[in-house]
Write a protein that binds this ligand. Structure first.
Ligand code: PEP
Length: 251
């Protein structure tokens, strides 16, 4: 199954508005119409409108880093999926910082996933184990629990959903997984999806690796048969580095 690689840039809570506009313009110059990969830029919520303006008409898509599951109402500070329509096309759900800094549960992830799909947006579902879970041999059980929880009540694997396998110990630490381990874990995710749904939808699903990806190690991940792109944090704030990462996935 040929899967188009998808490269996501998660800016997290970084950039002033002026910095964001400059980076967006730089990314447009570098990456617009790059063939063979899908590029998604996820700036902070405050700059999503700027991203839609600067990247409008280009091949670069805009993603949100988070969403709330209710469509509207008295939820001060939250942004709903219907509100994102028109600015973002993708939404990261279940990022480890949401899970471990803000205490989001698998149930919350499930509700967000449903809200994003209902709004016609495309989820990037992030999963991954903590260091102590990896060291305790629990990686597969954790991934299985996160996948089971996220898809509670789903009859089918949504077609335009990306799964980002991001070991928590590799995020923002500079300690990326080896290309071999990342490939093995992404294959594990695909196996779990096959068991939960079916082989053909799991085979069609794009699975990213995330965790300290940079311009130097991206090619190793690109070589993995089950690695269909990367989710990039720190290096996505550097236009040249992000361009190099995207180009590493161009066949
Ligand atoms: C991330 O934020 O999803 C991430 C993988 O961060 P970093 O690339 O900085 O490790």
């Amino acid at each position: 199954m040929a899967r188009t690689p998808v490269i996501g840039g998660n800016w997290k809570m970084n950039t002033t508005r002026v910095e964001a506009q400059a980076l967006l313009r730089d990314l447009r110059t570098r990456l617009d119409a790059l063939a063979g990969v899908e590029v998604v830029v996820c700036p902070p919520a405050a700059w999503l409108g700027d991203a839609a303006d600067v990247l409008g008409g280009s091949s670069i898509e805009v993603g949100a880093q988070n969403v709330y599951w209710e469509p509207k109402g008295a939820f001060t500070g939250e942004v709903s999926a219907p509100m994102l329509v028109g600015t973002a096309t993708q939404v990261i759900i279940g990022h480890s910082e949401r899970r471990h800094v803000f205490g989001e549960t698998d149930e919350a992830t499930n509700r967000k996933l449903r809200a994003v799909l209902e709004a016609g947006l495309h989820p990037i579902l992030a999963i991954g184990e903590l260091r102590e879970e990896a060291e305790g041999g629990q990686t597969e059980a954790v991934l299985r629990r996160q996948i089971t929880g996220a898809f509670e009540g789903f009859d089918a694997l949504p077609g335009d959903l990306v799964v980002a396998y991001e070991p928590v110990w590799a995020i923002g630490t500079g300690l990326a997984a080896t290309a071999e381990d990342a490939q093995e874990r992404c294959a594990m995710v695909r196996r779990i999806l096959t068991e939960r749904f079916d082989a053909s939808s799991a085979d069609a699903c794009r699975i990213q690796y995330g965790g300290s990806v940079n311009a130097g190690n991206a090619a190793g991940f690109a070589a993995g048969a089950d690695i269909d792109g990367v989710l990039v944090g720190g290096a996505s704030l550097d236009g040249a580095a992000f361009e190099a990462i995207c180009r590493a996935f161009v066949a």
